[in-house]
Design a protein around this ligand. Sequence first.
Ligand code: 13P
Length: 239
Amino acid sequence: MIVAANLKANHTRSSVKSYLDAVSSFIGENDIKTRAVVFPPATALCPSRGNITVGAQNAWAAENGSFTGEIGSEQLDEFGIRTLLVGHSERRHIMGEGLDTTKRKFDFFAEQEYEIFFCVGEPIEIKEAGFDAVMTYIERQLDGVDLNYSRLILAYEPVWAIGTGKAATSGDILSVHSAIKGFCDKPLLYGGSVKIENAGEILSLEGVDGALVGTASWISDRFCALLNIADNIEKGLGQ
Ligand code: 13P
């Protein structure tokens, strides 16, 4: 199981340091086997620790160059970052990143053998159009992405569930995850309003290999609680 914290544009260099210190101690003291991944903002990137992978939320598909406001693999290399989020819905829908850009990023960083957390998920109007429309939309987001890439992790994050406090229902998650698993056997995380109250139910679902968490991960104690819930499920101790 993987539980990943997407800190988005929250935290600073110093608060990320304290955050990682707290999570790292928690994992060590509680013998947590669930894999912890943290995506801090770009200004707070730092090397991974033994028990926490640090990844980047975004990077441009280049080593370096004239890409104002972006960072490339050279800046990631400085911190030994080898894990990257690609296609997060906020990049797609707020920053206007299109299918070509996400695919170019996937291709570039896969070529460099980065671990890629590739996000997919439909906006509300597609959800309202029904399950077939949802799957067509997701398949289009994955079009051209090498689903056999060895370091690929998928995250299903319905746009309407992100930051709203309203996670997808278990039924929604089960049907989309099982459809994706039908054509891709990579680890598949769910994201969208995962929190302490619903994590046990979501992480116990068939076809859910972990969670990509925003809001509920921003306070280290809450992220630790989520890791603990996942770890108990993984160890067969219940929710
Ligand atoms: P929330 O957990 O705040 O809904 O955000 C989910 C997300 O975007 C993780 O990448």
